[in-house]
Design a protein around this ligand. Sequence first.
Ligand SMILES: C[S@@+](CC[C@H](N)C(=O)[O-])C[C@H]1O[C@@H](n2cnc3c(N)ncnc32)[C@H](O)[C@@H]1O
Length: 325
Amino acid sequence: MNKVDSLPGSLLSRMSTLADATRLRLLRLLERRELGVVDLCDVLQLPQSTISRHLKVLAGRGWVRSSRRATTHLYRMTLDQLDPGARRLWLLARDQIGGWATIGQDELRLARRLRRRQDRAQAFFAGAAAEWEKLRRELYGDDFVRAAMLSLLPSHYVVADLGCGTGQAAAELAGAVRRVIAVDNSPAMLRAARKRTAGRRNVEIRRSDLSALSLESGSCDAAILLLALTYVADPEAAVKEAGRILRTGGKLVIVDLLPHDREDFQRRMGQQSAGFALDEARRMLLDAGFDAAGATPLPPAAGARGPALFLATGLRKRLRNKVSR
Ligand SMILES: C[S@@+](CC[C@H](N)C(=O)[O-])C[C@H]1O[C@@H](n2cnc3c(N)ncnc32)[C@H](O)[C@@H]1O
């Protein structure tokens, strides 16, 4: 027992705090959740002046703490912040009041109030569904969605960004996985990628051709080919190379153009092909030794002026061991 606990005044003060039915009811509610004065008035069915007076006593003697959220004060009793003597006394009192009918009523009214809050949130979203994305962007921006999704990646992964360009994907992936190997054959793009990923020690920038990657077989857990395949003379060979560097079960993700007939666009962008049909993308993956090959069109982004895109994925098949004769 500490010195303060042993003073007669402490015990009497604690007992006098608890010697009030309203304060016991308040503590019982605030032990389990944070509530505001308006909530407490509704649940205890008492006027605000009465609730505020008792909260003032409880806060003044260290039984509850308040924190400010926007324009309201929220109260909470934190059991492990009470001194040991007060905690013991409260546990005893709590045990005694558990069977009071009025405590049961408080619980019912609290449950109703919390349900109503939930209904209010649902009503808000029902009305705001159409506007929600715009509102969300205005309030919070878009980056947190990508951050949340990137964090789904296993953090021990080694990921190859094939045809990395200026390294945008590599830089983002670097925050989520163990190592990123960013590959491109354009010195200018590699310079930009190096600049963009400077300071990220888990990014390795390599100059290499997509049709003959300077990476060891089976050395990566996943690989991405974003907007790169339309630039290579032999896309089948590039997909096979991507398969070679993946371990068994490793995933390849391709995003590229769906077929289009905009010759001027193709010429201006220096592309070797005018996109790939979904079947063609799936076939390339299967022929390159991928399982579970799938391809799907992507919904065009608002305001995007280029041809529509697809997303294709496949899992690296287990390689059969060569039979030695
Ligand atoms: C349109 S950019 C896309 C870059 C990046 N993936 C992105 O989404 O922003 C295509 C990239 O592929 C690279 N590339 C094209 N053919 C390549 C090849 N045969 N080997 C390596 N990189 C190649 C280009 O240098 C370019 O950086």
